[in-house]
Design a protein around this ligand. Sequence first.
Ligand SMILES: Cc1cc2nc3c(=O)[nH]c(=O)nc-3n(C[C@H](O)[C@H](O)[C@H](O)COP(=O)(O)OP(=O)(O)OC[C@H]3O[C@@H](n4cnc5c(N)ncnc54)[C@H](O)[C@@H]3O)c2cc1C
Length: 416
Amino acid sequence: MKDGLSKEKQFEKIYDVVIVGAGPGGSACACFCAIKGLKTLLIDKQKFPREKICGDALSGKSIEVLNKLDLIPELEKQQHAYIKSIIFSGPNGKEIEISFEKEKGDYHGYCVKRTISDYVIFKKAKTLCDTMEETELIDLNYTNDYVELKCINKKDSKEINIKSNLVIGADGAYSLVAKKNNLHLIEYDHHCTALRTYYNNVKGNNNESAIELHFVDEAIPGYFWIFPVGNNEWNVGIGMITKDMQQKKANLKEIMMKVINSEKFRDRFKEAVMIDSIKGWTLPFGSKKRKLYAYRTMLVGDAAQLIDPFTGEGQGNALLSGLIAAEIAKKACEKNNFSEDFLKEYNEKIYEHLWKELNTSYQLQKMTRFKWLMNFVLTKANKSEKVRETITSMLSGRKPKNHLFNPLFYVELLFS
Ligand SMILES: Cc1cc2nc3c(=O)[nH]c(=O)nc-3n(C[C@H](O)[C@H](O)[C@H](O)COP(=O)(O)OP(=O)(O)OC[C@H]3O[C@@H](n4cnc5c(N)ncnc54)[C@H](O)[C@@H]3O)c2cc1C
C-alpha cells in the first residue's frame, strides 16, 4: 500500500498505455492501441454522452480514420447532415459555392453534433479496452519503471492511482498532461477563440448539405459559420484569432449577434429560434511546430495543438494523431523503450503527415487578412466557372493548395 491510501483507493494495475481524454483523438487512439493488442485504459473526467463545443463538421480526413474503425455506418444511423459543398463569402458579401460532387473519388463530409459523434467513437472504445468515466487526472508522477496517474473519481471523490508504461494526453486545449511536461505553451497569435450555438429554422441557400464559411469584416481572418446538423437544426458560430480579439478588445458575442442581424443574414434568421445558449471554447492552431512528446508521454489532438489554422478543423488531425500515437505506442511497448529519444519518432511522423498542409493553411490564413485580395478572388470566382473549378481543385487536393501563392494564378484571375 502506498501513500497511506486504503486498498480500495488503490488501482495498481499496470497498463501498457493510459489515454487521458475521450474526445475523438483519445477514443480513436484507445481503439487503435487495443486493436494492436496493447493493454489499454481510456479515462475521461466527464460522463458520456457529453457536450463538446464545436462546429460539428467532419471532413474527408476524419472519415478516412473513422472508416478504419468501421464507424461511418453507425454515424449515419444518427442525426446528421451529409455535406457535399462549401459556401464561402468574403468581406464584400460575394459568395461562391464549391461543390465536391464533380470530384473523382468520394470527397464529402458530415456534420454530426459532438454529443452524438464522440459517443459513437467512445462506445467503440468501450468494446475494445478498459474505460473509466468521471475520472479526472489531477497529477502525474514519472518513475524509472512507469508513469503513475493520480486521478479523482468524481462520483465519490475517491483517489485512484493508475500505473502505466505510457500516458497519452488527449485531454484537449488545456491539457494537464502537456502542462505537467512543460509542453503547453499558448501563443495567442496561433490560437483562436470561438462561440457557437444551435438554431432551428435557418433559411436560405435551400441547401442542407452545404457548410457556410463567411469571412465577415469584423472577424477576419476568422469567420462566421452556418453548418446544418440535420433535423432542421443548424450549428451557428464565429471564431477570431485570440490576439486580434485582445488587441481590438472585441466582444465576440456582440459581433456574432451583429452579423446575424446584418442585412446579409437578417432574413435568413427571421424565423430562426435559438435552441441552445451561446457557448465558447478555444482552438489551439497547428501553425507552429511544437514538441509533442516527453519521457513516457505523447500528446494527440488539441493537447498537441494540431487544429487547421485556416478552417478551424481539428477532429481530423485529432483522429489521425491518435492513430499515429497508437503505432508508436505499440513499437515502444515491443522494444520496452519509453525514452524521449525513442518517442521523438512520434513528432517526426506527425509533421511528416501534417506540416505541409498546416503550413499552407497558415499562409492562407495570413492571406485572408488582405481583405481586398479575398474580395477580388471571390468576386472573380463568383463570375467564372473556371476559377471556381481551380479553387475546388486546390481545396480538394487535386491541385496543390500552394498554387494559391503563385503570382501567375492572380495574373490569370485578372484576365479571366
Ligand atoms: C467553437 C469551435 C468550433 C469548432 N469547429 C470544428 C469543426 O467544425 N470541425 C472540426 O473538425 N473541428 C472543430 N473544432 C475543433 C475541435 O473541436 C477539436 O479540434 C477537437 O475536439 C479535438 O479533439 P480532442 O480529442 O483532441 O479533444 P477534445 O474533443 O477537447 O476532448 C478532450 C477530452 O478530454 C477530457 N479531459 C480534459 N481534461 C481531463 C482530465 N484532467 N482528466 C480526464 N479527462 C480530461 C475532456 O472531458 C474531453 O472529453 C472547433 C472547436 C471550437 C472550440
